[in-house]
Design a protein around this ligand. Structure first.
Ligand code: NDP
Length: 328
């Protein structure tokens, strides 16, 4: 038995609780891991609260990220004692995840914990920070360089938004942060944002084309916001779109694409091949300063995770939440 969050769905409904879980709940896998830290991403909060159709097999241990120590391995890639990192691959959705003290996973999903990071720091980054890095890489791939103009980051106080601001600033970009919490401007400026705008300026239906304001954007919000971002990009601008915090709809016209050569670059972190993950984590190791972790993340225990998931879905959490799973 081991401690963790279990999501169940039956005649009594959908519920998540912290409990002692029997080893038999763990699925097939060639590596068994003692989990040290996990995180709460937006997707984990959707899974725990049942507010989104994230979990597709029951009972399920949520947690799309983990860092842990290999306990037992049938793979020649990992041996007991190795520190490993997991992001995505359907873990916490289809395959039991990181919000429990034990996990059994497929070795092909794991990467060694990058040397630069402690377990806690890696989970401060988690899928959110790794996705922010993928978004920045998508901008770079599409030729968005710091001299081209400002970069807009939406959902700025969230996990992806916070890391996107820190990474872009480190790379020399001038960052405009869009947020519903302008009272958190000091936090956003500390991360590097040079300008803060109220997200209400982007969240309502807008015109097919607007003033050319940004050379690039990282959008975590979707819906009208993403449509307005497309309409406000400069000629040849790119938006890296990864999220749906406002909605999964996209009420956009073709005008920004056919008149301004705008690129809408979709970013998925979940099924990203291993070599691209290793590249992204390498870039994170290169770019992130130690100080950023204390600014961006807070630490909770498994017992706090369910109420914190509610707070996260309600937009009351700033930055990242690290879960100290190993703590009793
Ligand atoms: P967080 O909950 O940490 O942040 C989301 C932020 O979005 C909030 O902090 C808030 O920022 C903003 N927001 C919330 N509700 C609304 C709303 N109704 N309208 C406009 N803005 C809103 O989530 P994450 O940063 O972890 O994830 C952000 C998004 O990216 C999520 O949709 C998530 O599912 C997606 N995602 C996708 C990945 C992929 O692989 N494609 C990987 C990781 C995340 P503020 O208060 O500053 O306005």
């Amino acid at each position: 038995m081991f401690k963790g969050i279990l999501i169940e769905k039956d005649d009594e409904g959908y519920r998540a609780s912290v409990q002692q879980i029997d080893d038999s709940v763990l699925p097939e896998g060639d590596v068994t891991i003692a989990v040290d830290y996990s995180t709460l991403n937006y997707k984990d909060a959707l899974a725990i609260t049942g507010k989104g159709p994230v979990v597709r097999s029951f009972p399920m241990i949520p947690g799309i990220d983990l860092v842990g120590t290999v306990e037992q391995s049938d793979s020649d890639k990992f041996k007991p004692g190795d520190k490993v990192l997991l992001n995505g691959f359907g873990v916490g959705e289809l395959h039991c995840g990181g919000l429990a003290q034990k996990a059994r996973l497929k070795s092909e999903w794991l990467i060694p914990l990058p040397e630069k990071f402690s377990a806690k720091q890696a989970m401060s980054i988690g899928t959110a920070g790794y996705t922010a890095m993928l978004c920045v890489m998508a901008l770079e791939k599409n030729g968005v360089t710091p001299d081209k103009g400002k970069i807009l980051v939406t959902g700025a106080n969230g996990g992806v938004g916070s890391f996107a601001i820190a990474l872009l600033t480190k790379l020399g970009y001038s960052v405009v942060a869009s947020t519903g919490r302008v009272d958190e401007s000091d936090y956003l400026k500390k991360l590097g944002a040079s300008e803060i705008i109220d997200r209400a300026t982007l969240s309502e239906p807008g015109r097919p084309l607007g003033k050319e304001q940004w050379a690039g954007a990282v959008d975590t919000v979707g819906s009208h916001t993403l449509a307005n971002v497309c309409a406000g990009l400069q000629y040849n601008g790119t938006v890296a779109a990864c999220g749906l915090a406002q909605g999964f709809d996209l009420p956009v016209t073709v005008m920004p694409f056919i008149l301004r050569g705008v690129t809408l670059a979709g970013v998925d972190s979940v099924m990203r091949p291993l070599n691209e993950r290793i590249e992204a984590w390498g870039r994170l190791a290169e770019l992130l300063d130690e100080s950023v972790f204390d600014d961006i993340s807070k630490l909770i225990t498994l017992d706090d995770a369910i109420t914190t998931a509610d707070d996260l879905i309600s937009g009351r959490v700033r930055g990242r939440v690290v879960v100290n799973v190993g703590a009793a």
